[in-house]
Design a binder for this molecule. Structure first.
Ligand SMILES: [Zn+2]
Length: 415
């Protein structure tokens, strides 16, 4: 679909939402989102329910499709309301990972079934539940304040977070910035809670670097090694140098960086041939000791320190497009998030940095960003589901976050 503003009357109306209480609005919204199969990249029908409610609430809603050769076109949505500051952005994705064998699900993966207090479906926790909860919080705030957000709020949704993410949040935020948007803070509604809603907020993510290493030698007859240069012993020596000693001991907010050799490949079917080359592939999950520049330099330094026999050379090739490490240092946003969680759950969240990369990496250079959302136990699994009470509570937490961030008079500690 081409770019354009979305008319409130254009999309299907969420009739059930109008009649529900603010608390269960999150559940009904999530259910409607879950009923749309939206395996990456999410199609326009996945965005329609969101566009309808946001336009009806007074948001300026815009949609753009980003493209790049070799990747799928991706729909992105930017909805904005309010004037002046501060400007808070909620970020999420409407695409989901494939459901796997549908017959193995206890409820169909795109049914949005609600049973025994749980809402079922692919994306219930990752992350249509979180999206529905922050939408419900924002809509509830507008209802309560006669349509005045009390600041500026942006909703940033993409249809490709689970895939290559080339045409997703990265380009979406570039577009916002090109249009003059200045964000003061961002929340990503990914499932960050571990055991109970509110036990963990992610204030950073480790970086991820993948690289291939090739050791080139000289092929030859196993009976005449003096005429060959076997690349395998040097490869083993290089592997040892890369993994020992450890890259670091961890930092204040991060676990130690970890280098995993994920494959060693020679592919030699013969018993009497010394192979000409040997390769390995590695992945590093790295903390804020390193950057995307200093880490490859450290790997090169370790490789260069290994003495190589004559005729052997080593080459390291870093894969493009990896996620860099980031950390949002404790401050106003983290304080507001933690306080909102305490307001609703009584829990003091752990400020974590574990797990894989997320779209927060595309927001980190614009403003402080934290991730907070449901308990992630069933994400990407068969029978993905979320307790409806958890979604309601999550919406309440996002609502408290808005009140605290915008300094409402009734927010404890408001300024
Ligand atoms: Zn996700």
């Amino acid at each position: 679909m081409p770019d354009g503003r979305i008319d409130a009357a254009a999309g299907p109306s969420l009739d059930a939402v109008e009649m529900s209480s603010a608390d269960s609005r999150a559940v009904l919204l999530a259910r409607d989102l879950l009923r749309v199969p939206s395996v990456t990249p999410a199609g326009p029908e996945a965005f329609a329910p969101v566009e309808a409610v946001l336009a009806a609430a007074g948001f300026t809603v815009r949609r753009r499709v980003f493209s790049e050769p070799g990747t799928a076109d991706t729909i992105n949505l930017w909805a904005e309301i309010g004037e002046g500051g501060p400007h808070l952005a909620f970020n999420g994705h409407l695409d989901v990972v494939p459901p796997g064998p549908e017959a193995s699900w206890r409820k169909p993966p795109f049914s949005g079934a609600i049973e025994d207090g749980e809402l079922w479906g692919r994306g219930a926790v990752d992350m249509k539940g979180g999206v529905a909860a922050f939408l419900a919080a924002v809509l509830g705030r507008l209802d309560a304040r006669g349509g005045d957000p009390g600041g500026r709020i942006s909703i940033l949704l993409t249809g490709d977070e689970e895939g290559p993410a080339v045409n997703g949040t990265r380009k979406l935020v570039d577009w916002c910035v090109a249009e003059g948007a200045v964000f003061d803070a961002a929340i990503v509604g990914e499932p960050t809670s571990r055991h109970r809603l509110g036990d963990t907020v992610k204030i950073g993510r480790r970086g991820s670097l993948s690289a291939s290493l090739t050791v080139a030698g000289v092929q030859g007859h196993a009976a005449y090694p003096e005429r060959a240069a076997n690349p395998i012993p040097p490869l083993l020596a290089v592997a040892a140098a890369l993994t020992d000693p450890p890259l670091d001991d961890g930092t204040e907010h991060f676990a130690p960086s970890n280098l995993e050799i994920v494959s060693v490949d020679v592919g030699n079917p013969s018993w009497n041939v010394i192979p000409g080359a040997a390769r390995l592939r590695l992945n590093v999950r790295y903390n804020d000791t390193w950057t995307r520049d200093t880490l490859p330099a450290e790997l090169e330094r370790r490789i260069a320190a290994v003495p190589l026999p004559a005729g052997v050379s080593v080459q390291l090739a870093v894969e493009a497009g990896y996620g860099d490490v980031f950390l949002t240092r404790p401050g106003r946003l983290v304080d507001c998030m933690a306080a909102a969680i305490r307001d609703v759950t009584g829990l003091t969240p752990e400020l974590g940095t574990s797990g894989g990369t997320s779209d927060a990496r595309f927001l980190k250079d614009l403003c402080p960003v934290v991730e907070f959302g449901p308990v992630g136990t069933t994400m990407h699994q068969l029978d993905e589901r979320v307790p409806v009470a958890e979604l309601d509570q999550l919406a309440l937490i996002y609502g408290r976050l808005l009140a605290r961030f915008f300094g409402d008079d009734d927010a404890p500690g408001a300024r």
